[in-house]
Design a protein around this ligand. Structure first.
Ligand code: NAD
Ligand code: APR
Length: 246
C-alpha cells in the first residue's frame, strides 16, 4: 500500500456483544431462540404482526439499556482523528440496528450521519402508508399513528431477510475508493455485507479482520486479529493513529 488514506469499516453484532446485546449466530445467539422465518421476514410480519412487533419492542428496549463499549469508542475516535492525520476519511458501515456507534460518536462531538446503518435501526419507525421515517423510542405493538400522516401503518425500520439493504450504492463506492477494508465482529454469513471483503480483495485493497474467531470470509483477509472487540479494536486504532502521527 503506497499511502493509507481512506478506510472502510464494516461492523456486526460482535462489536456490541460486550455491551450486553446478544449476537445472532453464536452459541446462545438470537437465532437459536427465534426462527428467522417467524420474526425477521416481510412474510412473518404479514402473517402475525403482533409476534414480530413484540419481538422488536423487546429488542428496542434492550438496546436502550445498553452502553457503548471500548470498541465503539475507539472507532469513533478514529473517525474523529483520522482525517487530520492523513487527509483520508473513515466510512463506518454497520449491520447493527442498535445506536451504540451513534452514541459513541456523539460523545466525541461528531455530527450526526457518520454511521451507515445498512440493516436499519431499532430507534426508527417506518410508515408503510406515507414512507416517512420517524425517530422512535416507544413500543409499536399498539399500532400508534404515524406522526407524519396519522395512519396506523408503522413498522420497525429494520431490513428483514429478503429485503434490500440501505445505501448500497454509497457503500459500494466507498469500498471501491478505500485503501483499507476492515471487518469487525461479523460472522460473514449474510450477504451482501459478507461479500464486501471479496470485492475489496479483488480490487487489490488491503483487508483486515478483527473478530473473536475466523469469520466465514476469512480467506479473503490479508490480516486478522482474533480476540474480544473491546481489546483488539482499541489496540488497532492506537497503532494506526500512532503510526500516522506527524
Ligand atoms: P440475500 O443474500 O438473499 O440477499 C440480501 C438482499 O440484498 C436481497 O434482498 C438482495 O436483493 C439484496 N441485494 C443483494 N445485493 C445487492 C446489491 N448489490 N445492491 C442492493 N441490494 C442487494 O439475503 P437474505 O435473504 O437477507 O439472507 C442472507 C443469508 O443469510 C442467506 O444466505 C440466508 O440463507 C442466510 N440466512 C441465515 C439464517 C441463519 O443464520 N439462521 C437465517 C436466514 C437467512
Ligand atoms: N468481540 C469480537 N467479536 C465477537 C465478540 C466480541 N466480544 N463476540 C462475538 N463476536 C463475533 C463472533 O465470533 C461472530 O463471528 O461476532 C460475530 C457475530 O456474528 P453474527 O451473530 O452472525 O452477527 P452479524 O455478522 O452481525 O450478523 C449479520 O445477520 O441476522 C442478520 O441482520 C442481522 O445484521 C445481522 C446480520
Amino acid at each position: 500500500m503506497d499511502q493509507l488514506r481512506n478506510i472502510v469499516i464494516l461492523t456486526g453484532a460482535g462489536v456490541s456483544a460486550e455491551s450486553g446485546i446478544g449476537t445472532f449466530r453464536d452459541s446462545g445467539g438470537l437465532w437459536e431462540e427465534h426462527r428467522v422465518e417467524d420474526v425477521a421476514t416481510p412474510e412473518a410480519f404479514a402473517r402475525d404482526p403482533d409476534l414480530v412487533l413484540r419481538f422488536y419492542d423487546m429488542r428496542r428496549a434492550g438496546v436502550q439499556k445498553a452502553e457503548p463499549n471500548a470498541a465503539h469508542r475507539a472507532i469513533a475516535r478514529l473517525q474523529r482523528d483520522w482525517p487530520a492525520r492523513g487527509g483520508g476519511r473513515v466510512t463506518l458501515v454497520t449491520q447493527n440496528v442498535d445506536d451504540l456507534h451513534d452514541r459513541a460518536a456523539r460523545a466525541l462531538g461528531l455530527g450526526e450521519g457518520g454511521v451507515i446503518h445498512m440493516h436499519g435501526e431499532h430507534l426508527s419507525a417506518w410508515c408503510t402508508a406515507c414512507d416517512a421515517r420517524t425517530p422512535w423510542h416507544a413500543d409499536l405493538i399498539d399500532s400508534p399513528p404515524c406522526p407524519s400522516c396519522g395512519a396506523r401503518a408503522l413498522r420497525p425500520d429494520i431490513v428483514w431477510f429478503g429485503e434490500m439493504p440501505y445505501r448500497m450504492e454509497e457503500i459500494i463506492r466507498a469500498v471501491e475508493e478505500a485503501d483499507l477494508f476492515v471487518s469487525i465482529g461479523t460472522s460473514g454469513a449474510v450477504y451482501p455485507a459478507a461479500g464486501f471483503v471479496r470485492s475489496a480483495a479483488e480490487l487489490g485493497i488491503a483487508t483486515l479482520e478483527l473478530n473473536l474467531e475466523p469469520s466465514q470470509g476469512t480467506q479473503w483477509f490479508d490480516g486478522a486479529r482474533h480476540g474480544p472487540a473491546s481489546e483488539v479494536v482499541p489496540a488497532w486504532v492506537e497503532e494506526l493513529l500512532g503510526a500516522a502521527a506527524p
